[in-house]
Design a protein around this ligand. Structure first.
Ligand SMILES: [Fe+2]
Length: 435
């Protein structure tokens, strides 16, 4: 690991960061006591209209009340939040005079809470803290109030990361703020609540988990990044490293074993709990390694959507669920990245349950790609961009929207320009035709 290339201008170290996490059934019952430990007296609670009516929020309210904590609830978080909805959430945070925050819901509620806390504490234009070239790339100026994140989907990983994603609708692309200061102080992961999830949501969030793990496992090595001038300039997306590899590989193994079962049967507690643990491990992994091309590509797949809707998700607006927008490009991407590191890709295929007996290094891409497509088919997610309404004419705008996701594109194991990006999208059009 040390001076691998003997080059002084390359990174030689990696950091291991994670939220404090309590995982297991009943975790939400500890919420009030844990917030008191963090010094909370008045808490701003972020959730969405659906979760607001479900048992997780009821459990959260009960725990806060029994601890004597004052709180106010913002239950208007949007799934895949658009920029125009954020000022409302920020006003709620600013006017509430909260000394701590709580998010209960999927990644969208957790991310909305992160952004509301950030902009209520350090007011600025929405794009001020977004990475260049889309935003100004300003660093978060200082610490944020404590934030306890309680995920209710087994996918996001947002409870473990310092990343908050939103939809920059004016530019028809999704983007993110990334800073260690956005990482929740504590994650309470209670897998019992994933029982209330529709199977389409389990499938989409499960593939998000799988891709967090697979992208972290195949990302550019941290040793290939330039050495930062000072410790605080070491990015969270450090690249593949020994710490992220442990979480990635175990998350892949769990996804290979449990994803299909968790989608097919909401009563399969072992599978849904296994997937929750996979989500947590993958969240820690990608929070330290960073994801790459499928996530970069997902931002334009989701941002350019015309009329696709997914059952299981609320609202009238066209929407490609995040996990679907990511995995739809994954077989195409990993067929290509396997050329860089075939052994690694075969290892990932084995973890996902593929039979690799007799496979040569040249088979790594096809074997992993086929395993991904088989899992997508089994979980009934769209088998290519054409199933989401995209065609040949969309390849150029899709590539343009993805190539500007510099933080993610730079974390890929090979250099990608706009032409290469277009080829990756072309390979993702229809897996029924090119399995
Ligand atoms: Fe994701």
């Amino acid at each position: 690991m040390g001076c691998a290339h003997g080059l002084v201008d390359h990174e030689t170290m990696f950091s291991m960061d994670a939220s404090a996490i309590t995982f297991g059934r009943g975790a939400l019952g500890e919420l009030g006591a844990r917030l008191l430990e963090l010094g909370a007296r008045r808490v701003g609670v972020f959730t969405d209209p659906r979760v607001a009516r479900l048992p997780p929020l009821e459990a959260a309210r009960a725990s806060l009340s029994s601890a004597g904590i004052d709180f106010a609830i913002y239950d208007a978080c949007h799934v895949e939040p658009k920029d125009r909805y954020l000022p409302d959430a920020i006003s709620f945070a600013r006017e509430g005079a909260f000394d701590a925050y709580l998010s209960v819901g999927g990644g969208s509620s957790i991310d909305t809470c992160k952004l509301a806390s950030l902009h209520a504490t350090y007011p600025a234009d929405l794009l001020a803290y977004v990475n260049a070239p889309l935003g100004e790339g300003r660093p978060v100026p200082g610490p944020l109030p404590p934030h306890v994140a309680c995920p209710t989907t087994s996918g996001t990983g947002s409870e473990c990361t310092g990343i908050a994603v939103f939809d920059l609708a004016s530019r028809r692309v999704k983007t993110a703020v990334a800073s260690r200061r956005l990482r929740p102080s504590l994650a309470l992961v209670d897998p019992g609540f994933t029982r209330t999830l529709p199977s389409e949501v389990v499938a989409a969030s499960g593939f998000d988990v799988l891709c967090h793990a697979l992208e972290s496992f195949t990302a550019r090595s941290f040793l290939r990044r330039p050495r930062p001038g000072s410790p605080e300039r070491r990015p969270m997306s450090q690249g593949k490293n020994p710490w992220s590899d442990m979480g990635s590989l175990e998350a892949l193994r769990l996804a290979g074993r449990y994803l299909e079962r968790a989608v097919r049967d909401e009563g399969d507690d072992e599978a849904r709990e296994g997937l929750s643990w996979a989500a947590t491990l993958a969240g820690i992994a990608f929070g330290n390694a960073g994801v790459h091309l499928p996530h970069a590509m997902s931002y334009s797949v989701a941002g350019l959507v015309r009329d696709y809707r997914s059952s299981g998700y609320p609202g009238e607006e066209p929407l490609v669920p995040h996990g679907v927008s990511v995995v739809v490009s994954a077989p195409s991407v990993f067929r290509r990245t396997a050329l860089e590191a075939p052994g690694l890709h075969l290892q990932a295929a084995v973890a996902l349950g593929a039979d690799v007996r007799g496979a040569s290094p040249g088979d790594a891409g096809p074997v992993l790609g086929e395993r991904l497509v088989a899992l997508m088919r089994a979980c009934r997610v769209p088998l290519g961009l054409s199933a989401l309404g995209y065609g040949e004419a969309d390849l150029a705008p899709l590539a343009r929207g993805a190539i500007v996701q510099k933080r993610l594109v730079d974390n890929a194991p090979f250099a990608v320009d706009e032409e290469a990006m277009r080829a990756l999208f072309a390979g993702a059009l229809d897996y029924e035709v090119t399995p």
